[in-house]
Design a binder for this molecule. Structure first.
Ligand SMILES: [Zn+2]
Length: 387
């Protein structure tokens, strides 16, 4: 199977999210993998959403996790949905997968149907190997609803109706132009609420103004300093107040107000510690409540899996190989899956960072072929017995 043609085929499924409608695309992928011998489990949810888990077992039976040799499978994961087209007109047909000048165009070309296609093709090659030669299995996890907050991956982990199994390592195929990336930021979204006492605005002394408390808290946040040392690839955490809401009308003292806080974290400490620090800083007048909790990812440069991925990139990318990974500012499905798998995690995919979510999105054809080779080398080095 050809990964470029498969990318085109996947782009032809309209999986713009919302609404998503990934079911048909997911069943198509599941069918390809089932025919190659993968054990398939599909988790359908909501309206036309699907998560597809495809497992190819290793030769040894049973796991000895975290012993002297962790024989749990390698996980490759990607999402099937895309962002909407946007208002600006496209100069190419967004569902065609047309190739012009070495660029494959279409919504999802970079983010991330090229990555999904390359993972499938590399997985099909591994399925051809003799099971006795496999010291680890391979698990492919394809999710829905990533673009609206990793809902598919969270559903997989939280619902527990499908056995995700264990993992010795994981690659997320988000766009990195085939460079290996060992870290991405996390996101902690918090709602802050202040309570007061209402009164007629002509007699404000009788009330307790919740908006004043909110204003003071927001000013404090503007001056908030993180004490953590910057992460080598993610830098420092950031904080932003994005929405404010409060008050009844012009002539009342407001008894309630709220605002939202977005902290982009850098793996320096757990999210609960970021929350507690801010909670202590803002004091008792402000009630905080987390509504999105997607942890950062950070894998050691000298982890054996990192070294294997870096080695594969070096061989395949040659002169364009970057030996210092970059950190990604956005979060991925790894934030949902890593708390379950707890394994070294790398973000690596063929997509172009500069075209993701944009009009006339494309992926370089050459990079799709390179990604198949990189994934293939990683699978062989991590999952096959040494010969
Ligand atoms: Zn993506």
């Amino acid at each position: 199977m050809d990964a470029v043609k498969l990318t085109q085929k996947l782009i032809q499924f309209d999986t713009v999210n919302p609404p998503g409608n990934e079911r048909e695309c997911g069943l198509f992928v599941a069918d390809i993998l089932a025919q190659a011998g993968f054990e398939i489990e599909c988790q359908e949810f909501g309206d036309q959403h699907i998560n597809v888990i495809a497992k190819l077992p290793g030769g040894s039976s049973g796991h000895s996790p975290k012993g002297d040799f962790d024989d749990a499978p390698l996980v490759l994961t990607g999402h099937l949905d895309t962002v909407p087209l946007g208002d600006a007109p496209w100069s190419v047909a967004p569902w065609s997968g047309d190739i012009r000048g070495g660029k494959l165009y279409g919504r999802g070309a970079s983010d991330m149907k090229s990555g999904v296609a390359a993972m499938i093709v590399a997985g099909l090659a591994f399925a051809q190997t003799d099971k006795a030669n496999r010291r680890r299995g391979l698990t492919l996890v394809f999710t829905s609803c990533e673009e609206t907050g990793c809902q598919g991956a969270l559903h997989l982990v939280q619902e527990g109706t499908i056995d995700l199994g264990e993992a010795s390592a994981m690659i997320v195929g988000e766009p990195t132009e085939n460079q290996f990336c060992t870290a991405h930021k996390g996101a902690l979204f918090i709602r802050a609420h202040t309570q007061g006492v209402t009164a007629h605005s002509s007699m404000p002394d009788l009330g307790d103004n919740a908006i004043y408390k909110t204003a003071k808290a927001i000013t404090k946040i503007e001056n908030y300093g993180f004490n953590e040392a910057p992460h080598p690839f993610l830098g420092s955490p950031t904080i932003n107040v994005g929405m404010v809401k409060g008050g009844l009308n012009v002539n009342s003292v407001p008894d309630s107000a709220e605002f939202t806080i977005d902290i982009r974290t850098n793996a320096a400490k757990p999210h609960s510690a970021f929350f507690d620090d801010l909670d202590g800083y803002l004091g008792d007048d402000i009630k905080l409540e987390t509504f999105t909790d997607m942890p950062a990812i950070s894998t050691d440069l000298d982890d054996p899996f990192t070294r294997i991925v870096a080695g594969a990139c070096q061989v395949v990318l040659k002169d364009s190989y970057q030996d210092i990974p970059t950190g990604l500012p956005f979060f991925t499905d790894a934030s949902a899956l890593h708390p379950h798998y707890q394994c070294p995690t790398i973000i690596l995919g063929p997509g172009e960072l500069s075209t993701m979510h944009q009009t006339d999105e494309y992926c370089l054809v050459e990079r799709i072929e390179q990604a198949v080779e990189i994934y293939g080398r990683v699978i062989n080095n991590w999952c096959l017995h040494e010969v």
